[in-house]
Ligand binder design. Structure first.
Ligand code: URA
Ligand code: SF4
Length: 270
């Protein structure tokens, strides 16, 4: 094949993502609606993800933090505007993670975004730079965004469950996630995204207050305090799992379809 490669093709190739992430068809501005040719066993063995709607499994709606979070701190944070919120995070010492951090990682992107991607917490690169998803996993996240015609900073916001790096990249402890939760909650209130994409088990577990597996949460529209939320694999995990990369592609297609439905719902209501 002598087809000329675009810069994006080269990037995807570099990331080892082709052919899985290549968009099919020429309608560049149209979101992908079908998985590409390389979608493997998941197509054959499992049905289409259900259409967006209500999550099919019972959801815990009363999040633990609403009960145990000291009311004053949470209430204060929930009244903050962007500048105050950013300052509060930058100087926060509310959990043990503050002790070893270099930089807090507030979040980055378009403050009017339709899309919010939520990861787990900063790694070494993020801790050094103060920006989420700038290391290897971040490159993959950028490729995932590019595959659905999104770009960091435009109509997308990226944040984490915890704003300070858990030492050695361990998972955040429940108490740390709980202490940090009001910041993400306030970010979500200020952003009012149409759709949240939880990246990986830690994000999903904290946002949905569940211990369910990512596999069991994929393909459904969940609800986070009134905002639709879908779950997919964490890019750092995808770097190690080829088969689940294909599933993550299917999840992104589902996310795009869901976003389309949500926009149509809003349009119909206005
Ligand atoms: N992994 C995450 O969950 N978040 C980041 O910001 C970087 C890596
Ligand atoms: Fe504060 Fe969150 Fe950092 Fe803990 S992780 S110190 S709660 S900003």
């Amino acid at each position: 094949m002598t087809q000329v490669k675009t810069r994006r093709d080269l990037i995807l190739e570099e990331m080892g993502l082709t052919p899985v992430w290549r968009l099919r068809g020429a309608r560049a501005e149209e979101a992908p609606v079908a998985a590409p040719e390389a979608i493997p066993e998941s197509r054959a063995s499992s049905p289409e993800p259900p259409q967006p709607g209500i999550a099919q499994e019972p959801r815990v709606t009363t999040h633990e933090s609403r009960i145990t979070e000291p009311g004053d701190r949470r209430a204060t944070i929930m009244r903050m505007e962007w500048p105050g919120l950013k300052e509060a995070v930058a100087s926060c010492t509310s959990c043990p993670l503050h002790a070893k951090r270099n930089k807090t990682v507030f979040g980055v992107g378009d403050e009017n975004a339709d899309w919010l991607f939520v990861g787990e917490g900063p790694g070494a690169d993020e801790d050094a730079q103060g920006e989420p998803f700038v290391g290897q996993a971040g490159k993959l996240l950028d490729s995932m965004l590019a595959a659905i015609k999104l770009q960091r900073g435009t109509n997308v916001y990226i944040a984490n469950v915890v704003k300070c790096r858990p030492p050695g990249n361990r998972n955040p402890e429940p108490g740390e996630a709980l202490a940090c939760e009001p910041y993400l909650d306030r970010q979500i209130d200020l952003l009012r995204p149409r759709l949240i994409v939880a990246l990986g088990k830690v994000a999903a577990a904290n946002l949905l207050a569940t211990d369910a597996s990512v596999a069991s949460m994929r393909g459904k529209v969940h609800d986070y305090r009134g905002t639709p939320l879908i779950v997919t694999y964490h890019p750092a995990y995808l770097l190690r799992s080829l088969t689940d990369k294909a599933k993550a592609w299917a999840d992104l297609c589902f996310a795009v379809r869901t976003m389309g439905d949500l926009k149509r719902e809003t349009d119909a209501a206005t």
